[in-house]
Unconditional design. Structure first.
Length: 255
């Protein structure tokens, strides 16, 4: 039987084999758990490193080398692609990343095409026609931690190195003549583009979007040899989402 003047004993808790009774011990335990949690988070962040994502581009500029200017005399009129490349690095401060190389892939009929980065710049309208303001040759680009990076890239076909290849190897497989491109989009007006990048030293990111060319857009491509086409994600219902674009209409002048 307990004496009336004797205080009740403090409750004792068991935590991972430790007996915790006093309030001061409880506070010390909380501080210990927080310090261990912080250490584990630092280790996780260190091992995770840079976390780079690539957003799907909102538009693809489809044009020809005749429109942009041929690389060398005697070159065929070839397809060229301009796309906006937007990255975000979700890694913690100090975990920066380097974009090593960019490319865009798509299919035309039974042909799988890959274009690689060629120049950085800005596409714009000049006196009603397409112009590309070249800023620099393509080069590695840093994406700092907790930040984003965006730029426009001109993509063109590069020759395939067939040295030592086994079986059939077509050096010019990725070169698409403008006339062949028009023929392909008239047969199938939907093109799926996948933009991608190599992240130094050994990872890769990619994003996909779909271009649906309407009849009047194909007409513009045929007449003007360029078009800024909406490239849209595929929604959860399987239907593509796109911004409304007004067709260029001729308004009759009242007499």
């Amino acid at each position: 039987m307990r004496d009336i003047g004797t205080p009740d004993p403090e409750p004792v808790w068991n935590f991972l084999g430790l007996q915790v009774g006093r309030k001061t011990e409880i506070i010390a335990l909380i501080a210990f758990v927080l310090s261990v949690s912080g250490l584990l988070w630092q280790i996780l962040s260190y091992t995770r490193g840079a976390v780079v994502s690539l957003f799907p581009t909102d538009q693809i500029v489809i044009t020809s080398t005749d429109k942009l200017g041929r690389n060398y005399s005697g070159q065929d009129n070839l397809l060229a692609i301009i796309a906006t490349m937007t990255y975000v690095n979700d890694g913690d401060v100090g975990h920066n990343a380097i974009i090593r190389r960019e490319n865009v892939t798509f299919s035309l009929g039974d042909r799988a095409i890959e274009h690689r980065w060629y120049e950085f710049g800005s596409s714009f309208l000049k006196e009603g026609t397409l112009a590309f303001d070249r800023k620099s040759e393509s080069h590695p680009v840093p994406v700092n931690a907790a930040s984003a990076e965006s730029h426009e890239t001109l993509f063109t076909a590069w020759e395939i190195d067939c040295e030592g290849a086994v079986g059939t190897c077509d050096v010019g497989k990725n070169f698409v003549k403008w006339a062949d491109f028009l023929k392909a989009v008239k047969a199938n007006n939907q093109i799926s583009f996948t933009t991608g990048a190599e992240i130094y030293p050994s990872s890769r990111v990619s994003a996909s979007c779909v271009v649906h060319l309407r009849e009047w857009e194909v007409d513009i491509l045929e007449k003007q040899q360029w078009l800024s086409a909406a490239c849209t994600d595929v929604g959860s219902d399987g239907r593509s989402q796109r911004k409304a674009q007004r067709q260029q209409l001729t308004v009759p002048v009242p007499k």
